[in-house]
Design a protein around this ligand. Sequence first.
Ligand SMILES: N[C@@H](CCC(=O)N[C@@H](CS)C(=O)NCC(=O)O)C(=O)O
Length: 220
Amino acid sequence: MATVRLTYFDGRGLGEIVRFILAACGIEFTETLLQERQEYEKLLEDGKLEFYQVPLLEIDGLELVQTGAIVRYVARKGGLYGHSNAEQSKIDMFYEGTRDFFDSFHLMVFQDPKEVLAKAKAKGLPRYLPVFDQALKKNGTGFLVGDSMSLADVSLIELLLIVTEYFGEETLSDYPSLKAFKSMMVSQERIAAFLKGPQRKGANTDAYVATCRTVLKLDI
Ligand SMILES: N[C@@H](CCC(=O)N[C@@H](CS)C(=O)NCC(=O)O)C(=O)O
C-alpha cells in the first residue's frame, strides 16, 4: 500500500484521534510533524490544505482535511463504521458527543489551561460521563454501537484517557460501564500497541503550544 501520511504537530490536538483510528484499523502511517512556519506555507502553496488547516491525511491518492471527514474515511476503510445507515448515524452521534467534550480540552492550546480544566471538571464531567456510561449499559455489548468496535468507541477511549490523565482514575468510580469499557479498550491488541508505541503523543507541553502558535501565526 502507498504511504499513508498524517501532517500535524508533535502533540495530540486534533491529530490524535486520526492516529487512534488509523491504529485501530491496523493502517500503518508516517507523520510530518510541523515545526516551522515555512513547512505550513509550503503545504498552502501546494494547495494541499483545502481549508488552510491541519490535520491533513494523505491516503489512497487523496488529500483529506477536516478531522471528522478524515476519521470517517479511515473508519469506513477499516470496517469500524457500522453495518447500516442507522448504526452509522448512532456512531456519528456518539462521535460528535465525544468531540464536544474533547474540544474543551483542546482549548488548552489557546486559553489558560487551569481555567479550561476547572470548567471541564465542573461542567463537562457531570454532563457527559453519565451519558456515555448509560449508553454502554443500554447497548450491553461492551461497545457503544452494535456488537463490535467502531469509531464511536475509539473516540470515547481517547476522551477517557484524557479525562483520567487529568482528573485521576477515580473520576470513573461512579461509572462502572465506563470503567469496564476503558479496561477493555486499552487491552485491544491494536490500541494497546499504539498506546505503547512512538506515534502516541504526550500531553500538551509549553513547547508544543509554542510551536503551534509559531507555525499557525496565532496571536491570540
Ligand atoms: N474543523 C477543522 C479545524 C482544524 C483546525 O482548526 N486546525 C488548526 C490546527 S489545530 C489549524 O490548522 N488552524 C489554522 C487556521 O485555522 O488558520 C478540523 O476539524 O479539522
